[in-house]
Design a protein around this ligand. Structure first.
Ligand SMILES: [Zn+2]
Length: 137
């Protein structure tokens, strides 16, 4: 998992703790980092969600730790891949983790469907679409 850096080297994907307003630790955020020039960039797939999270926290948040991989499926998948391998994240491990998580969500969706639980179903559909749109892009 890497992309080109402006300096000509490559940025690699890591999971980092982002500190907001010096009080809130948002852990396991996917960030591309360049080891040559030190440039950092939040993965474009999660930028929107980080933005709205920060918006909800407001300008004077209470100190707390937010595990981002529990909120966002893509961060969850990367976190799973990291537990089975090492940083920087390898593409094949990420692909495998994404597939496992997708299958898990589909199993849950089938259970929700058989129970006729519409709220649970739509929550799972939201999670599945997070994975699909991010992973395929
Ligand atoms: Zn660079």
């Amino acid at each position: 998992m890497k992309k080109r850096c402006e300096c000509g080297d490559t940025k690699k994907l890591h999971l980092r703790t982002v500190v907001y307003a010096r009080k809130v630790n948002i852990t396991r955020v996917p960030v591309y980092c360049c080891s040559r020039c030190g440039s950092h960039e939040v993965d474009s797939g999660v930028k929107g969600e980080i933005g709205s999270l920060i918006g909800q926290l407001g300008s004077k948040p209470a100190p707390r730790t937010i595990p981002f991989d529990q909120m966002n499926e893509w961060a969850g998948v990367l976190s799973l891949a990291m537990d089975t391998g090492k940083e920087p994240l390898e593409e094949n491990l990420v692909a495998r983790a994404a597939e496992e998580r997708t299958n898990e969500l589909l199993d849950l969706w089938l259970i929700a469907a058989s129970l006729g639980d519409e709220i649970w179903k739509s929550e799972l559909e939201g999670r599945l679409s997070q994975l699909r749109s991010l992973y395929i892009s």
